[in-house]
Ligand binder design. Sequence first.
Ligand code: GLN
Length: 488
Amino acid sequence: MENLTFQQISAEILKKSLKSVELTQHIFGRIDKLESKIGAFISLFRERALAKAVDIDRRLAEGAPVGPLAGIPVAIKDNMCTGFGATTCASRILGKFSSPYNAHVVDQLEDADAVIIGKTNMDEFAMGSSCENSALQTTVNPWDINRVPGGSSGGSAAAVAAGLCYAALGSDTGGSIRLPASFCGVVGLKPTYGRVSRYGLVAYGSSLDQIGPISRDVYGAAALLNVIAGHDRRDSTSVDESTAPVKDYVKNLDHPVENLKIGVAQEFFDVEGLDPEVEKAVREALQTYEDMGVALIEVSLPYMKYAIAAYYLIATAEASSNLARYDGVHYGHRTSRPKDYIDVYSSSRAEGFGDEVKRRIMLGTYALSAGYYDAYYLKALKVRNLIRRDFEQAFEKVDCLMCPTAPETAFKLGEKTDDPLKMYLSDIYTIAVNLAGVPGISIPCGLSSGNLPIGLQIITPAFSEAKLLRIARMFEKETEHHLSKPFC
Ligand code: GLN
């Protein structure tokens, strides 16, 4: 069953040739077999999922209406609140925090009749590129268990790649959907900032965070986006549909984009540390598009090289403010024997947060402090504007940009944990997209000589996800990279 595509499995369920219960049991069977090796899930909802599946089968049998994701087993990154089970953000500070409500996207999945099977591992508070900053467990890459799955949505990407669910939700502040998608050989989409409500998503960098789908193929990503996209009055940054209407992302997916112009920047290939095998696969992907009659046009994004520096000021500044709420009083962990009330805060935070989170709170607090605000934070905001303008200017000439998703394939567990700056460089291709607020997708475009997946990133202007998905789908129809599977 795990070899069927999202579209096929959905059709089988609607035809009633496959029962949702059978599929759910099959998925839990795989989880029982593989999860001890992969470590993708922080929590599993076996009984709840089976009950939902029974209900879907009953409604189908009665001819009652079902939602567009009826019976599809999906997973959710553990930084999205669920009114059932725990929401941990892979942090000790949240402990077994149980949210009183569902995130908007969780409600949307439930209404669409998806079967939510569990919540996935991540870097603590989504800060990281390898999933190794999780305070709770290690997730490995299903293609090579000695390697990282990418981060921070590594659990979601690994679960999809290992066939432990058909699709998953991730969140992306600087690359956290696209990077693990690239490392695990699956499709990951970061929508335009404001396209999907962040209500109930635990905030990291609020002006950058966006929820998006991870799935085996472009169809799955489109089907999930159909369900989660749209205005939500509970998130004031979610965009009004009269300004940017939500499209049916599945409807014209198979129609190639006519007169497509792809922008390629020399800056993309000048990146230090770009693995020649990654460059080769991306150049071959560009060739595949050219063979379809698509024009490749040279563009330039001169400010992209400052993206990582600007991001690590803006994201950490926002994080330092967002994480102030974990004070030992409102949520989760509280120190057991505080000396006084100040110590309740400081010891609870010292015990509850991991090293990377502390590093970022300190960096962000510093960048926002009175004497340094103008020199660091304000300057970073100006650079962000210049990067946004780079994209706008490029999109005057082309429909999309293409580049690698990451400079390399999945690295070994532990390889970069001692050197945060090296780790930060993994997001060199993805971070500028968040700063500009535009959508980006990573799709598999080949395997390295070591049999590790390589990702192609496609970027389009704001609110053009329908076109972005069609461009990605064009590649999928010409190639078979999305069909390669890891060991399990
Ligand atoms: N790796 C980046 C960071 O650590 C991006 C993380 C993300 O997108 N959530 O901040």
